[in-house]
Design a protein around this ligand. Structure first.
Ligand SMILES: CC(=O)[C@@H](O)[C@H](O)COP(=O)(O)O
Ligand SMILES: NCC(=O)COP(=O)(O)O
Length: 249
């Protein structure tokens, strides 16, 4: 079963454009749950540009599906995660000036620091995931530090698609395919996400080692026109179709 985690960050982006209370990301998360989301993802950025601390408090109180809490490897975020003990913690790289998460975490260069950083999170019962590029040395390092999950960054694959750079898109898809197999062979659970749309989801959903997709920006954008429920149903349908086709092939 391929799980769908719905990222509700960009409901908060719209809310924060004016301040105030709406649209409420928790309301969106509850609707996503009802529409069949298997989990909710929220990224508490250090600059609080979208999700706020109070959103995490409310998500922990009201969700009935697991929360995947995305955060940078900082002491402040570690304390927040340890206070809430969400089902999963996904460690992501962050730069203040970036528009969105630009690359995967540099695990190999920071191996000791990250091993110490994630140990208390694991002891607290959180499944620790590392948001990572499709790069063998990074995956090996994620395995060595004791992560249980890696999430492969699909942003480059999606950008190549959007820019019509189809040869580069296919090369990135090959890398994602090979690295999903490699990570799985090490015993890591494999997730994927970033930038996925109706047009790009199927080849990623078809990868048999991938157990979860985290999708946000496109779903929330498309929900402006169609509503959250039909958009999630359509994404779910495409994911299931891709999985069934790959199982038959
Ligand atoms: C790590 C990640 O991929 C998500 O957090 C997603 O990118 C939404 O957050 P941003 O748009 O702030 O990067
Ligand atoms: N970790 C990826 C994620 O949560 C969703 O990314 P996006 O679909 O908002 O780009």
């Amino acid at each position: 079963m391929l799980r769908l985690g719905v990222n509700i960050d960009h409901v908060a982006t719209v809310r924060n454009a004016r301040g105030g209370a709406y649209p409420d990301p928790v309301r969106a998360a509850r609707m996503a749950e009802e529409a069949g989301a298997d989990g909710i993802t929220a990224h508490l950025r250090e600059d609080r540009r979208h999700i706020l601390d109070a959103d995490i408090d409310a998500l922990m109180e009201h969700l009935t599906v697991p929360l995947n809490f995305e955060m940078a490897a900082t002491d402040e975020m570690q304390q927040i995660a340890l206070r809430h003990k969400p089902h999963a913690v996904c460690i992501v790289p962050e730069k203040r000036e970036e528009k969105t998460t630009e690359g995967g975490l540099e695990v190999a260069r920071e191996e000791n620091k990250l091993a110490h950083f994630i140990a208390p999170l694991r002891e607290a019962g959180c499944r620790v995931s590392i948001f990572i590029a499709a790069d063998r040395p990074q995956i090996e390092a994620a395995n060595r530090i004791g992560a249980e999950v890696i999430e492969l960054h699909t942003g480059a694959y999606c950008d190549y698609h959007a820019e019509g750079r189809f040869e580069e898109r296919e090369a990135e898809l090959v890398r994602l395919t090979e690295m999903a197999t490699f990570a799985h062979s090490l015993g890591l659970e494999v997730h994927a996400g970033h930038g996925l749309t109706f047009d790009t989801v199927k080849p990623i959903a078809a990868l048999p080692e991938v157990m979860e997709l985290n999708i946000g920006h496109f779903l929330i954008s498309e929900a402006i026109f169609s509503g959250i429920t039909p958009v999630i149903h359509e994404m779910r349908r495409l994911m299931d179709e891709a999985r069934a086709e790959s199982a038959k092939a």
